[in-house]
Write a protein that binds this ligand. Structure first.
Ligand SMILES: Nc1ncnc2c1ncn2[C@@H]1O[C@H](COP(=O)(O)OP(=O)(O)O)[C@@H](O)[C@H]1O
Ligand SMILES: [Mg+2]
Length: 253
């Protein structure tokens, strides 16, 4: 579905190496999580897939076509993209926000209406209540749900999510993670999900790509990474998480 081969990218005339010869592959229908700490290149890698950024060298293929040979506008309409703040247009209602891509694709009014209703219900918001609202009239979690609904509205086969729940409280984050898993069961697609949170990665991923300083440390299921860490960095990730969890238990009443 998505194949990234030997991609490198530097900024500041070569002073910052954001990505160093990264190769990854996302299968159709899987949730591939890019996991790593801030600055390791997650966002840069994600933005190569919808051509918001282009590699210095290497290749990105989507459904076996080089994205650099594709029309960037058509490419972006075919890929759902969710960012941390939701990225909603503040002057538009929820309905207008959600139907942006279907409109651009020329869907007729009835089809758009049916889809905005369906997709809003799918992300757990009542259409009658929320479609007329504006982003300022929503909580952070609701805005994020609308951002997900918008990304899914035109039924893209591919969804890119860049720390979409990073700014939310733990309970809302939990709920939205559940929502993603349940949407994935009813309308499966290829999702590349970026996070710096190991627990979120383990919860959502079919496979995890551990990125560190612009390089891939290891790719595998959570179980493979935990039981057979390929590098000291990967084992330290799990050790730190275990210590955190143990520390929490010791302080529990
Ligand atoms: N437009 C840019 N100009 C200069 N440096 C950038 C730019 N975008 C990203 N970088 C640098 O590239 C590295 C990777 O950034 P990024 O992909 O945003 O990391 P992450 O999403 O993992 O936090 C960082 O060192 C960052 O400062
Ligand atoms: Mg980022």
């Amino acid at each position: 579905m998505i194949t990234i081969t030997d991609v490198s990218k530097s900024f500041d005339r070569g002073r910052t190496h954001a990505l160093r010869s990264v190769s990854i592959h996302a299968h159709a229908g899987e949730v591939l999580v890019l996991l790593g700490s801030s600055g390791c290149g997650k966002t840069t890698l994600l933005r190569m897939i919808n051509r918001l950024d282009s590699p210095d060298s290497g290749e990105v293929r989507l459904r076996d076509r080089d994205v650099c040979g594709m029309d960037p506008v058509a490419l972006r309409r075919s890929i759902g993209y969710v960012i941390q703040e939701g990225g909603l247009f503040p002057h538009m209602t929820v309905e207008r926000n959600v139907e942006i891509v279907p409109r651009l694709l020329g869907w007729n009014r009835d089809t758009r209406r049916a889809r905005t209703h369906e997709i809003l219900s799918l992300v757990g918001l009542s259409p009658d209540e929320f479609l007329p609202r504006r982003p300022a009239e929503l909580s952070g979690g609701q805005r994020q749900r609308v951002g997900i609904a918008r990304a899914l509205a035109a039924n893209p086969m591919t969804l890119l999510m860049d720390e979409p729940f990073g700014a939310l409280d733990a309970i809302t984050r939990d709920r939205l993670q559940d929502e993603i898993l349940s949407i994935q069961r009813s309308e499966p697609r290829t999702i590349v999900f970026v996070t710096h949170d190991l627990f979120e990665a383990v919860r959502l991923a079919d496979r995890i790509v551990v990125l560190h300083a612009g390089s891939v440390e290891q790719v595998g299921t959570a179980e493979q990474l935990l039981n057979h860490p390929a590098t000291p960095y990967v084992s330290s990730l799990f050790e730190r998480a275990t210590q955190q969890a143990t520390g929490l238990l010791e302080h529990a009443p």
